[in-house]
Design a protein around this ligand. Sequence first.
Ligand SMILES: Cc1cc2nc3c(=O)[nH]c(=O)nc-3n(C[C@H](O)[C@H](O)[C@H](O)COP(=O)(O)OP(=O)(O)OC[C@H]3O[C@@H](n4cnc5c(N)ncnc54)[C@H](O)[C@@H]3O)c2cc1C
Length: 431
Amino acid sequence: MSDLFTADFKSTPYWWDQVPRPVLPDGSLPAKVDVAIVGSGYTGLSAALQTARGGRDTVVLDAEDAGWGCSTRNGGQISTSIKPDFDELSRRHGPERAFAIIREGQKSLAWIADFVAGERIDCDFRVAGRFHAAHNPAQYEALARRIQNQPKGLEVEAQLVSRAEQRRELGTDAYFGGVVYARHASVHPAKFHQGLLDRVLAAGGRVLPRCPVTGIRHEGDGFLLQTPQGTVAARTAVIATNGYTGRLTPWLQRRVIPIGSYIIATEPLSRDLMARLMPRDRIVSDTRKVVYYYRAAPDGSRILFGGRVSHGETDARVSGPLLHAELARIFPELASARVSHSWSGFVAYTFDELAHMGRRDGLFYAMGYCGSGVGMAAYLGMRIGQQVLGRPEGATAFDNLDFQSRPYYFGNPWFLAPSIMYYRWRDRAGR
Ligand SMILES: Cc1cc2nc3c(=O)[nH]c(=O)nc-3n(C[C@H](O)[C@H](O)[C@H](O)COP(=O)(O)OP(=O)(O)OC[C@H]3O[C@@H](n4cnc5c(N)ncnc54)[C@H](O)[C@@H]3O)c2cc1C
């Protein structure tokens, strides 16, 4: 497999080739601000945009370069982002709350389209539609039942595609049909992040990269944040660290499960081949619990293919060939296509598979997007920013949901490997 990688192979995100990590003006840490935000991904920047435009002196601090986390590493697929279905949510929270949570997901999808257009963010945003593929016949039947019995008032545009019609959507016979969700969208994740960053800076917000927050404590009626560059006093602080949440906030660390998500880009492929494999240029995912997701690059030149390929966390040079093998299983024509980029990032799962936001000990937070955070992180970041400003429109269906942990869980997911083995077995067994 030594010739699987191109000569110019990179273990950094494909997106960074077009949008390198930003070089920000050297800024010193302010002594005092109104709002300090930890984490410069979609959540942190979207919150900062609200508070800076709301007239609050705002600083965003990141341990690495701006947007170094998932927000410039992801697959750029945008959905309604809610994993549990209406029945499951109704069992847990009652039908009214279930309805509101699913509506919130739908609002996040509508919001990002309006936001990108309203702000004129140049980020290859497109309502591409998603082909959600059934990996076995039982899953196809389940998808059919699901779209025929959508909860009243929560119906979405969805079209069932049989196996016989499948090649209209995707150049493969590996699936058993699927559903097209017409409103799901795609974006260039790093361009979207850069657009957010530019707008935060234009609004007067400051963003300080390579400035890890190492401690945070109450001081007066606000907080004191410690960094290697000194301390900053903030009236309000927001934690936006998602899959990189660490010892800084032990209560949150016990509630999010960091899981590596891995992705590759192929070398450029011919136009004919791309048109054959992805005739509708949709985003694609499948019904496996350990899901694969993929799409064409925004310029249509290649395929970006992601998923979880190992039980424990691994290296991009190990995950690359494993993802490629799965890609070639779906598209045998790609067996000899080489890999130009292979990279990964840490998403944050939660024990109830829902995102969480709110306030704990005075600290605001939004996180736990369970691998579906492109639209939702930007949306809940916006909402938490509004909450910081005390605006009623900041209220969401996620407010005051019980944010669960588990006994003996302190942030190191020792149960991950056995869980993935179990889910993979279920996927194979056709459950
Ligand atoms: C490979 C991959 C593919 C994905 N594909 C999709 C997809 O197609 N669709 C989708 O919806 N979602 C996808 N996701 C998930 C999505 O990218 C995330 O949910 C989203 O970007 C989360 O944004 P965030 O701002 O909350 O966190 P992040 O963007 O991860 O930002 C968190 C930041 O916090 C910083 N930080 C942590 N601790 C500290 C500290 N103590 N001090 C200062 N800074 C700190 C980190 O350096 C990091 O930059 C994918 C993720 C990955 C990794």
